[in-house]
Design a protein around this ligand. Structure first.
Ligand code: GLU
Length: 481
């Protein structure tokens, strides 16, 4: 590691949401900064934005905050920096590294078509279309705009990529790139180099779809006589069918995962491992562990597959790492939103909510699952699963439930030990397997045939609720008709 303190950045375009790919790159940069004691910065590449900026930028910043990616300095907005870019463009013209081109779009297109027809590649050079000096003057006098292009020298351009090692490209395959358009606006590549230089960026970690830009940008750095940062191009994110994640195919907004009940810690952990590996078999890490383990030499060079099933498995693991209190805080608003309870009811029964969360969490992959599988903890208004009722609510079960409810009602302490002892005793007396009591009881108190361990479940629901629900089930089984 060189002596200069690490400064890295994420440079999202204002699209209105944080793409999974951008989030992954942001996490890689964040870990880079935090591990090496550097700074993590944000730049908004908003030169082309027509719609209101804040509506397109705010959701991105919100999602970055949700992921816990706190940035260290003021956010830089490219739209506020046109004058600065123009100064650098002028410097490149003055030093002869760039030239003004009065060639029109039509002339350029005609030349491109000709090259195509002759099966030549078309990397534009100053001498491709030579306008006589009088014609240039005529165009200047008529107030025609001009593009500014960078002269690409002969030779080859190479760099040592942190992810893929040495990458080279022949300069004949790089056009004299436009650094300012005929309307005077700077181009993407020029602005990026100027900003990365002025922000003091030492390492640029971004998607490998930017490699061709990197070659162009290196020529701008050289022409401006600026120190070239180190680059690392992380591989693309693919879907499980190996197709590239794109706007149409699975490139979801990170905020959607939040809505679906994925924890930010899960997203951070999972996306981090899509581009980088701690080089061992362990997969579940806390943010602090990842910061500690991060090593800039361990980026993955193979394309990464985004697998939602795997994400859910990660989420399950991260949910288990949360305390019951933390989970209760997150689950409470979901229960209220689902209409299962009210804020007031929960506020007065916080211990109950914590117990519910504790017995359910092992079965949960998303926060929303607490609501989906635990509604009966908050509402009496559940239906019995039809198939399960046919199987377990037979006439004999009514008698057993009734007897068990009576015995439960008499218990002085209603905890899982006394509950189990009571149930076992009744089973023994009747010469039945415990399952004959367990299944109808579970169905009676929850409406479903699967859930947490029965004795835990009954203890949490509490004695009066259990007894009432069991008697209600007896009435249901014995209903006329
Ligand atoms: N605005 C670019 C993008 O969203 C960032 C490119 C870069 O990091 O240099 O892909």
């Amino acid at each position: 590691m060189n002596q200069t303190p690490v400064r890295v950045r994420i440079a999202p375009s204002p699209t209105g949401y944080l793409h999974v790919g951008t989030a992954r790159t942001a996490i890689a940069n964040y870990l880079f900064a935090r591990h090496y004691g550097g700074r993590f910065l944000i730049r908004i590449e908003d030169t082309d934005v027509e719609r209101s900026r804040s509506e397109l930028i705010e959701p991105i910043l919100e999602a970055l905050k949700w992921l816990g990616l706190d940035w260290d300095e003021e956010i830089l907005y490219q739209s506020q920096r046109t004058e600065i870019y123009n100064k650098y463009v002028q410097q490149l013209i003055d030093t002869g590294y760039a030239y003004c081109s009065y060639v029109t779009a039509e002339e350029l297109e005609a030349a491109r078509q000709k090259a195509l027809a002759e099966k030549r590649s078309f990397y534009y050079r100053e001498n491709f279309i030579q306008l006589p000096p009088e014609e240039i003057q005529r165009r200047i006098d008529a107030g025609a705009g001009y593009a500014v292009r960078l002269r690409i020298p002969e030779g080859e351009t190479s760099f040592d990529d942190l992810v893929s090692g040495r990458i080279s490209k022949k300069n004949e395959d790089i056009e004299d790139l436009i650094i300012a358009r005929s309307d005077g606006t700077p181009t993407y590549n020029l602005a990026v180099v100027v900003d990365d230089h002025e922000m003091g960026i030492t390492h640029i970690i971004r998607g490998n779809d930017h490699i061709s830009n990197t070659f162009k940008q290196m020529h701008i750095y050289r022409a401006l006589d600026l120190k070239i940062p180190e680059f690392g191009h992380v591989p693309l994110i693919l879907r499980p069918d190996k197709r590239k994640v794109s706007k149409r195919l699975g490139d979801k907004d990170v905020a959607e995962y939040k809505k679906e009940g994925i924890l930010p810690e899960t997203m951070f952990n999972y996306l981090c491992l899509l581009g980088w590996s701690p080089k061992n078999d362990r997969e579940i890490y806390t943010r602090e562990e990842l910061i500690e383990l991060f090593d800039k030499n361990n980026f993955n060079s193979a394309n990464a597959v985004f697998d939602e099933e795997k994400l859910l498995a990660f989420n399950h693991a991260h949910i288990q790492m949360k305390s019951d209190h933390e989970l209760a805080v997150m689950v409470a608003p979901l229960l209220v939103d689902a209409g299962l309870t009210t804020k007031y009811w929960l506020e007065t029964r916080w211990t109950y909510l914590r117990q519910v969360v504790a017995v359910l969490k092992e079965r949960v992959k998303r926060l929303s699952d607490f609501v989906a599988i635990g509604g009966y903890f908050f509402s009496f208004d559940y239906k019995y699963d039809e198939q399960a009722a046919q199987k377990h609510f037979h006439p004999e079960a009514a008698g057993l439930l009734s007897e068990l409810a009576d015995r439960f009602e008499k218990l002085e302490t209603f905890d899982k030990v006394s509950i189990e002892a009571t149930l076992s005793e009744l089973a023994d007396e009747k010469g039945l397997k415990k399952a004959m009591l367990i299944h109808p009881t579970r169905l009676a108190v929850s409406g479903v045939s699967a859930g947490p361990g029965l004795y835990d479940l009954l203890e949490v629901l509490s004695q009066p609720v259990v007894v009432e629900r069991m008697r209600k089930a007896v009435a249901f089984i014995n209903r006329p008709g």
